[in-house]
Design a protein around this ligand. Structure first.
Ligand code: EPZ
Length: 453
């Protein structure tokens, strides 16, 4: 089994460019289905969730390629509207394809995305939004058969679901008439999706606010788009520097997307300065306890940063209460942090962290993307060696987490306990490996970017 081996206690110093946002690139890649022609998505992170999305696009009949950090998608020959269960299960957010397929083809057949480590992942808000637009959706034995003629309508989301907002936006692009989505989520990734849709020729307005209007039925075309920086990856590196101490400069992520989170770091005793898309951070000494952290829809405290901040505070001093309002089961990292000596008491949505000054290295198991990253954060500030298992979770959302941390001076390396890659990673060879393969079989010199996948 692969794991990260981390020797803690070394401060992090230096400059780091943050990856493109996972939670933006996934809906943007699905949106490329809306139009025939080629789209180029730049600043695309190398993640297993991206690989899974590209597999779905290819299976649906798209041509997919890569040039540097850009992914090329040609959706001209879209030929299928069905996504098999094994691909749906690989990535929960594949439900986002529903709106795009309905808009482009008028039909879709998918299975329910699997429940995941954060608790059940219902899609009732997605389905009610699509039905409000005229979609006929039959559910039988875990499979969804969707069809019907979509028409622009007013719809209201019962809660600001990020995925349901994105699904409704994509479907609305295929509707004749005006769609008004109220109760929309306001995340920066939704604003990024709107930017791409407008570049494709869609008339989408209001993203970032709670009412989004789409004037559908316009002819769309492929477009070029640069994915926004990943605010949660940025939060990860800042919590790592908070746990280990040091001075880091992050580029490529907009600090305006992290206002509440950065305020928490300052309250904990860190120094944070921002200049455009640069975040200058320094931390000396253990983090202090802060006022209650309540996760909330954007612009509130991001649920994805909850485990990360908890891990940094666990090795500090003082007490902090967390209230996780977004997911039912997002404290599975607590038991693993306690193995490292953390003093955390969790019950229901509440967790109380009492800083113990220094955590101690241990063997710990990540069980979800941000929980596993939080264990890396804890290991960087701990005394001794920490081994973090569950790298397949980390590879879903972080592009080279270990190598980027090493550029900041972290002592972290991947240990391969045996030759077999972790399940779920088998197909995900990093893009440079694909290049190597291409060179091996003499196709390295190929000019066609579509031939490398
Ligand atoms: C997106 O998930 C993100 N994923 C999540 O990031 C993030 O935690 C979440 O938004 C909240 O910000 C992507 O964008 C790919 P939701 P999503 O729909 O769209 C409930 C990460 O670590 N709900 O806003 O699935 C749901 O159960 C991931 O990067 C329904 O009840 O989140 C949850 O409790 C984790 N019915 C709450 O709403 C629905 O139909 C928020 O979910 C949909 C959601």
């Amino acid at each position: 089994m692969n794991c990260y081996e981390i020797r803690g206690g070394r401060p992090l110093n230096g400059r780091l460019a943050v990856q493109g946002a996972k939670n933006s690139v996934l809906p943007v890649l699905a949106a490329a289905l809306l139009a025939p022609g080629q789209s180029v998505i730049r600043n695309c992170p190398d993640l297993t969730d991206v690989t899974a999305t590209l597999d779905i696009l290819r299976l649906l009949g798209c041509r997919v390629g890569r040039e540097g950090d850009a992914v090329l998608i040609d959706a001209t020959a879209l030929s299928a509207a069905e996504i098999p269960e094994e691909l749906m299960r690989e990535m929960r957010s594949s439900v986002i394809f529903l709106g795009a397929l309905l808009a482009r083809l008028g039909s879709a057949r998918i299975s329910y995305p699997g429940g995941c480590e954060l608790g059940p992942r219902p899609i009732d808000l997605h389905l009610s939004a699509l039905r409000a637009l005229g979609a006929e959706i039959r559910e039988d034995q875990g499979c969804l058969r969707c069809g019907g003629r979509l028409e622009g309508r007013k719809l209201c989301l019962a809660m600001p679901s990020v995925g349901a907002t994105e699904n409704a936006m994509l479907a609305a692009c295929g509707c004749e008439g005006v769609t008004c989505i109220s109760g929309a989520a306001r995340e920066p990734e939704i604003v990024d999706l709107q930017r791409f849709l407008r570049a494709m020729g869609a008339d989408v307005r209001g993203a970032g606010g709670s009412v989004i209007t789409v004037r559908g039925g316009r002819p769309l075309h492929g477009a070029t788009h640069r994915v926004v920086g990943d605010r949660i990856a940025a939060a990860t590196y800042l919590c790592a520097a908070g746990a280990a101490g040091g001075e880091v400069e992050l580029t490529g992520a907009d600090p305006a997307h992290l206002t509440v989170f950065l305020d928490c770091l300052e309250e904990a005793g860190c120094r944070v300065r921002t200049e455009g898309e640069r975040i200058l951070f320094s931390s000396r000494g253990p983090l202090r306890g802060i006022s209650t952290v309540r996760t909330a829809p954007y612009p509130g405290f991001p649920t994805d940063a909850q485990a990360l901040l908890m891990a940094a505070l666990a090795g500090g001093s003082g007490t902090t209460m967390f209230v996780e309002n977004m997911f039912d089961s997002r404290y599975r990292h607590v038991d693993e942090l306690r193995r490292m000596g953390a003093d955390i008491r969790a019950s229901g949505r509440v967790a109380v962290v009492s800083g113990v000054g220094k955590l101690r290295g241990a063997f710990v198991q990540g069980t979800d993307l941000r929980g596993a990253a939080a264990l890396v954060v804890a290991g960087l500030g701990a005394e001794g060696v920490t081994r973090v298992a569950g790298l397949r979770h980390i590879r879903r959302g972080y592009d080279g987490l270990d190598s980027r941390l090493r550029t900041l001076g972290a002592e972290i390396r991947e240990r391969t306990e045996n030759t077999r890659n972790e399940s779920g990673d088998r197909r995900h060879r990093r893009w440079h490996q694909r290049d190597e393969t291409a060179e091996e079989d003499g196709t390295g010199a190929c000019s066609d970017p579509y031939s490398k996948f």
